[in-house]
Ligand binder design. Structure first.
Ligand code: ADP
Ligand code: TYD
Length: 230
């Protein structure tokens, strides 16, 4: 491990040794599956891993999540709840974990708010972008992995998925098409920060693609024979 190369300073000049990897994509695209695989893989490589999600991640964030997913709300209200949850998440969990050298694997972040509340629900995108930029200033680096899976596959997977449904699971095809269009614009705007992987492939192939294409995981490329253990 080349620990000294991974040390970065955050905006307050505090040494920040971990890495924040955010997974984005529409519901059913395969984010949670890939996060679990990557978490297991990194742990097998003796790395410290913190898996978290949004909205949520803190006691306050989980309360926001309950309101966010349980209530019928205006898009702007949803966006405010998502950002409120995110800010506490960064302050209470993400930054402390990064300082302690953890790999932070986060299921969704700002791009979900821009794609769902902005493109999907019509909240002003520039306002959301500005909020996202300001909130992300608190982090020295962020890598986003966008799992791009066709809507048909996602809808099939959501239908089959067991567990409690959330209010977005019953969203219309038109809504998801807008969200996917939003993600495609976000990919262009974010440039090199975001890595797009094809989520239509089989699970292990998607994972292998992530290992191959995410620069932060470069050091583990040659270890992907461990894939068989996951
Ligand atoms: P998300 O977190 O993006 O909503 P999940 O990881 O929960 O997606 O995946 C949704 C469902 O699809 C789960 O039942 C999961 O087992 C299945 N799944 C995930 N990735 C794939 C894949 N690449 N091929 C086939 N099924 C998949
Ligand atoms: P989640 O369980 O993360 O979704 P998934 O089905 O992908 O596993 O549920 C969170 C839902 O909230 C999901 O439908 C996306 C939506 N969401 C937003 O609309 N805006 C946001 O800012 C975030 C973080 C999530």
């Amino acid at each position: 491990m080349v620990g000294h190369l991974r040390k970065k300073l955050d905006e307050k000049g505090v040494i920040n040794m971990g890495r924040l990897l955010v997974f984005e994509g529409i519901d059913g695209s395969g984010k949670s599956t890939q996060i679990e695989m990557l978490s297991n893989f990194l742990k097998s490589q003796k790395q410290k891993v913190f898996v978290t999600r949004e909205p949520g991640g803190t006691e306050f964030g989980e309360k926001c999540r309950e309101l966010f997913l349980g209530e019928k709300l205006d898009g702007l209200t949803e966006a405010c709840l998502a950002f409120a949850s995110r800010n506490e998440h960064i302050l209470q969990k993400i930054k402390p974990a990064l300082r302690l050298g953890y790999w932070v694997l986060c299921d969704r972040f700002s791009d979900s708010t821009i794609a769902y509340q902005g493109y999907g629900r019509g909240v002003e995108i520039n306002f959301l972008r500005e909020m996202a930029t300001n909130i992300e200033k608190q982090l020295s680096e962020i890598r986003i992995i966008y799992v791009h899976t066709s809507l048909e596959r996602c809808l099939e997977r959501i239908k089959k998925r067991s567990g409690v449904k959330n209010k977005f699971d019953n969203s219309s095809k038109i809504f998801y098409e807008k969200v996917i269009y939003g993600y495609s614009n976000i990919v262009k705007e974010r440039g090199g920060t975001i890595i797009q992987v094809d989520g239509n492939d089989e699970i292990k192939k998607v994972f292998s693609k992530i290992l191959q294409s995410v620069p932060e995981l470069e050091q583990f490329k040659t270890n992907h024979n461990h894939l068989g253990d996951i």
